[in-house]
Structure formats: C-alpha cells, structure tokens
Design a protein around this ligand. Sequence first.
Ligand SMILES: [Zn+2]
Length: 198
Amino acid sequence: MVQVRKQPQRTCLGCRQVKDQDQLVRFVRSPDGEILADLKGKLPGRGAYLCNDRDCIETAASRKQFDRAFRKVCQPVAGRQLVESITEQLLAHLANLLGMARKSAKFVAGSNAVLDALNRKKLLAVVILARDISPQIGEKVRRKAEYQQIVTTQLFDKVKLGRILGRAERSVVGLPDGKLAAAFLDDLLRYQDISGES
Ligand SMILES: [Zn+2]
C-alpha cells in the first residue's frame, strides 16, 4: 500500500486557522527570548506559525501568543517590527534570485531590451520596474506586459537593480519563464501580501 504523505499542518497563532505549514511563516525564540521570523525554516528549536498577514502577526504580538506557544517569556515585540523583518527578508530573497538570474545570464535588462522582448512576444514571466523609473516609460512597459498577462511589479530603484545585475543603473528587468521566475513570483506574492504593495 502506498502511503500518501500529507503536508504537515500548523495552527496560526493569530487567527487560529489550521493551514499547510508551507503557507505559514515560522517563528522561533532565540535563547535570550527574542522572537525571530524564520522564512527559510532553518533556525533550530521549536517553531510557532503565523499566516503571512499583518493582522495575524499583530494580533499574536499584542496578545502575547508567543509566550504561550513557546511556554516561556519572550521579549516583547511589536507586530510592526516582525512585519518589517519579514518584508526585509523577502526583499533580500528577491535580490538574491535576481543575482542568480545574472549568474546564469537569464534576464533581459533595460527598457529598450524589455520592450523589444515584449514586442517579439518572447516569453517573459515577470517584469520588474524600478521604483524611480520615469512614469512614461514605466507606463509603456507596464501596459505592454499586462496586455500579455505578464506580472509586473515595482521593486528597488534603478541603481540597486543595476548593481544586482552587475551593470550601470537599469530601470526595467524581465525574467524569462522558468524555475527562477517561478521562485521569484512565489516570493513576490508573499512580499505583496505582507507589505500591501503591488
Ligand atoms: Zn492567521
């Protein structure tokens, strides 16, 4: 008989809903009682879980649910701080993934190159616009990408995007369809959920 291994289920400390563990954010208590968001699920010790959601995190922090979950007094922490730590970690993941795209040369950078790829209907999975892109160019790229149902997002600024890709400043980057883009979209969704940005 084949046993189907079910995804482990965990309860969110905020809303008490039971969900698949990989849909929740893991938190651990450091030896000195600090609550740490553990996005990669690699930190040692007992874990507590919360939805990737501001309200759940703020509820848990304000009601001292971490003390209960870890059965130990934890350092007081504001939900806002935990949310900030999660958004920072996700931004770092996203930058890392772009860095990997750079190493494998799997990206299209620059507004002209991305527009050209969009014109040739070359399969892009996601288009990243710098936050400080000129509104006109941004609008042009966004319209074209959205017409082809390609996800667009605004992240980082031109200098940072360029630096991640090892170049001078870049206002637009496109990732072709593939595993890397899928991982990027996964983290991007989580980032958008918790930051409230699009
Ligand atoms: Zn929840």
